[in-house]
Design a protein around this ligand. Structure first.
Ligand code: NDP
Length: 321
């Protein structure tokens, strides 16, 4: 496991981050995404930490708070020292039906930070991220609320997720002018089959030295190659083509290009997809999802897969914009 600074900070985060969106289940979409209960989650967290992963990502909306609760309890159950793990969570998604129960307003951020700390059973969040761009709230208001949390010691670093390049650039300018805590990382969808952020976001992140945390690196499992072009898996399950949004033709062309590379290297297609991301200089960490310990082990072993220049050129030929 290698460790990278989180953007322009002294904080070293593992090149893989453990995603916990599958913890908790609950109702509706969250149950479909995953419903790992405490004992299963403990096993996944233990496996990740044992392999050198020191970074865990959750959000207040995942499984309606259960993901944070299970993550916090797992750290307790496993006796993990606070300074051995970097905990990232997020705010923005709707947590209720009242008008202010979502977004990036001052009130919602301050209330939700408190609620997240309670569920996580922690006294500080290492990285607090705004989960999406709020067109209603002035960026100034959002950054001032985050800065207050940093000054009070509840949050160590500030990040954002799913923001456009100009949102981040504007936020960086505001933070600098007003001496507020700067944006240190962006969480975004990026895969070998979905390289859109290379147009504007990658140049901005590189120029501004903001870290990139990649979400859904296997496009929800599709890029493991376990589904056919008809979307059917060998176990009869169907691929979810709606989230994250994937261009199916491109995704299956990329899978066809990864398959012989994986066979020649004696690794899996999922590992090639993850290794490709780990070879991108802009990537600080890849947030992996795993529902079972075998998937976790396979995804962690992707850190040992080295892609040659020729292999990367072959993959670029089908995947580059
Ligand atoms: P992936 O794209 O890696 O998908 C993970 C899913 O793929 C697993 O639940 C599993 O589902 C399947 N899978 C995982 N490993 C393998 C493997 N080796 N072989 C075959 N199938 C595999 O990541 P996620 O979509 O889960 O996202 C990861 C994390 O990113 C989340 O936990 C969350 O922390 C973050 N995230 C952030 C978002 C944001 O807006 N900021 C949005 C989405 C995610 P199955 O077994 O059912 O096929």
């Amino acid at each position: 496991m290698r460790y990278n600074p989180l953007g322009q900070t002294g904080l070293l985060v593992s090149e893989l981050c453990l995603g916990t969106m599958t913890f908790g289940g609950g109702e509706g979409i969250w149950r479909n995404i995953g419903d790992l209960q405490q004992a299963e989650a403990d096993e996944i967290v233990r496996g990740a930490l044992d392999a050198g992963i020191n970074f865990i990502d959750t959000a207040n909306v995942y499984a309606e708070g259960l993901s944070e609760q299970i993550t916090g309890q797992a750290l307790r159950n496993l006796g993990v020292a606070r300074d051995e793990v970097i905990v990232a969570t997020k705010v923005f998604g709707r947590v209720g039906s009242t008008p202010n129960a979502g977004g990036a307003s001052r009130g919602h951020i301050l209330d939700q930070a408190k609620a997240s700390l309670k569920r996580l059973q922690l006294d500080h969040i290492d990285l607090y991220q705004i989960h999406g761009f709020d067109p209603l709230t002035p960026i100034e208001e959002t950054l001032e609320a985050l800065d207050q949390l940093v000054r009070q010691g509840y949050v160590r670093y500030v990040g954002v997720s799913n923001w456009g390049a100009w949102h981040v650039a504007k936020g960086l300018g505001i933070a600098e002018r007003r001496h507020l805590a700067p944006i240190r990382s962006l969480q975004a969808y990026y895969t070998i089959a979905g390289r859109d952020l290379e147009r504007e976001i990658v140049p901005m992140l590189t120029a501004e030295k903001v870290g990139l945390m990649v979400w859904s690196p296997l496009a929800g499992g599709l890029l493991s190659g376990k589904y056919g072009r008809d979307g059917k898996g060998s176990d009869g399950r169907r691929a979810n083509f709606d989230f994250p949004p994937v261009n199916r033709t491109r995704a299956f062309d990329v899978i066809d290009a990864m398959r012989p590379i994986a066979e020649a290297k004696g690794c899996t297609i999922a590992q090639v997809a993850l290794a490709w991301l780990l070879h991108q200089p802009v990537v600080t960490t890849v947030i992996i999802g795993a529902k079972r310990p075998e998937q976790l082990r396979e995804n962690i072993a992707a850190t040992e897969v080295v892609l040659s220049a020729e292999e990367r050129a072959t993959l670029d030929a089908v995947s580059a914009l």
